[in-house]
Design a protein around this ligand. Structure first.
Ligand code: SF4
Length: 447
């Protein structure tokens, strides 16, 4: 690569959570503003960036596959791996010569400055900048346009985590909890609402810890209350919240504000008390169940999803059955199921009694089946009823897909025209595949 003049086409691929997606939007926004052409990761580019994830072994594998694909597409390109997997496994990436530059989380945005400096990226070399640097304060990364192009915007307001669940690598690769100041959150929300986003998803690595590192700032519940007197979009959605953080005041604040989506994602991980203790999760199955029933009693139509892990080391068949039994009895709407995979540097990676191979797959499959049934049963409840749907994607001429506030994809037959970002009341008539199907538009919602 001779100079910046030749570095024009950039391809970015993102793995992992909403926080990564948000940060990718920032990468792309800045790259576009500098005049770079952002192309698909299937096309030939001058620079490839894999914004990586380390949460499971599969995410690491996918990252390495993408880096190999980039090399096949253009062996002369700069191949940059950034983010969590780059932070966790820099030595392997360097040893296998999978990337020219390895940027951990603290140093990844340096790339945007390098691209301005002719010569900085001239010759590919294995460089591991930022892989060992301390994490900075919360970095303000204002994004005015999501790269996903959706009608929903994500807003990252928190990073890092102060808990050290025994299986989780996140506190090691993302650092400690840090938050975006309340006034800045409010002004970002106003900006996105003003830009036409009808829904904003507040997100973080550990959203419930928002504000804990800030002096004289409220907690998440206080932040939601502050929005009453400010401009906000018709819908605000909260991403994952830990069970111990959904206290009665937060639940009341959500219940009394119709513009906050009736959607909770509450990691469970295991339904067995001993496994939860070994995971270092700060609750037991009874407390989790009590919370889910309390939410369901106050907001019966709310979606309540859960993360569940299959095959944590030492999980006996009886302990696994305890998880299945607990989930079967709870009004959950969907599950995200993960087979346990040891993450280097975590306590659980040192446990000597793994559940492996066929048995790990079997338990994962059973939980996935339960999740499928739960999802179908939840969605079925809305057939014959009206729902409010935010249209996002045209899937056929005169057929759009959107999302209900309680996180159900709904297909809506419409008149011709661009209806993206329309908020409609529709009547649900049945299923279309796994999605719900509406018979047509009842009325447009004016807000
Ligand atoms: S709460 Fe536990 S699982 Fe969640 S990010 Fe922190 S350490 Fe990981």
């Amino acid at each position: 690569m001779d100079s910046k003049k030749t570095v024009r086409a950039v391809a970015v691929e993102t793995l992992g959570c909403k926080v990564n997606q948000y940060e990718t939007s920032y990468f792309l926004q800045v790259l576009r503003s500098k005049g770079y052409e952002c192309v698909s990761f299937r096309d030939r580019a001058d620079v490839y960036i894999v914004h990586s994830c380390a949460v499971t072994a599969k995410a690491g594998y996918q990252t390495r596959q993408l880096l190999r694909r980039a090399f096949r597409l253009n062996p002369d390109a700069l191949i940059v791996v950034a983010g969590c997997y780059a932070q966790m496994d820099a030595s392997r990436i360097a040893r296998e010569r999978l990337a020219t530059h390895i940027l951990g989380n603290p140093g990844k945005f340096d790339l945007l400055h390098w691209l301005d400096r002719p010569g900085t990226l001239d010759s590919p070399c294995i460089a591991t900048e930022g892989a060992t640097r301390p994490h900075p304060e919360f970095e303000l990364l204002p994004v005015s346009r999501m790269h996903t192009g959706r009608t929903r915007a994500t807003l990252k307001i928190q990073d890092g985590c102060n808990d050290f669940c025994s299986y989780c690598v996140v506190p090691y690769v993302r650092g400690r909890c840090r938050s975006l100041a309340a006034e800045e959150v409010l002004s970002q929300v106003e900006g996105l609402a003003g830009a036409g986003y009808r829904e904003i998803v507040l997100t973080g690595i550990h959203l419930g810890q928002w504000g804990r590192d800030l002096e004289r700032e409220p907690d998440l519940c206080g932040l939601l209350k502050m929005m009453d007197s400010r401009i906000h979009p018709p819908r605000l959605r909260l991403s994952s919240l830990e069970p111990v953080e959904i206290r009665p005041d937060l639940l009341d604040a959500i219940q009394s504000r119709p513009w906050i989506c009736r959607h909770f994602h509450i990691p469970l991980q295991s339904g067995d008390a001993e496994i939860l203790r070994r995971m270092r999760r700060p609750y037991d199955p009874d407390r989790y169940a009590e919370l889910i029933f309390r939410i369901h009693a106050s907001l019966p139509d709310a979606a309540i999803g859960a993360d569940v892990m299959a095959g944590f080391p030492g999980e006996t068949p009886e302990q696994f059955d305890n998880t299945c039994r607990l989930i079967e009895g709870l009004p959950l709407s969907y599950l995200h199921v993960f087979p346990f995979s040891p993450r280097p540097g975590t306590l659980a990676a040192t446990f000597s009694d793994p559940v492996q191979g066929h048995e790990l797959k079997r338990r994962t499959g059973i939980l996935q089946e339960i999740g499928k049934r739960k999802k179908r049963a939840f969605r079925e409840r809305f057939i014959g009823r009206s729902m409010e749907v935010l249209l996002e994607t045209q899937i056929q001429p005169c057929l759009w897909e959107g999302l209900s506030e309680n996180y159900i994809p709904v297909s809506v037959p419409t008149a011709e025209g661009n209806l993206r970002a329309d908020l409609l009341h529709v009547k649900i008539t049945g299923f279309r595949g796994e999605d719900l199907l509406a018979e047509g538009v009842d009325e447009a919602v004016c807000r």
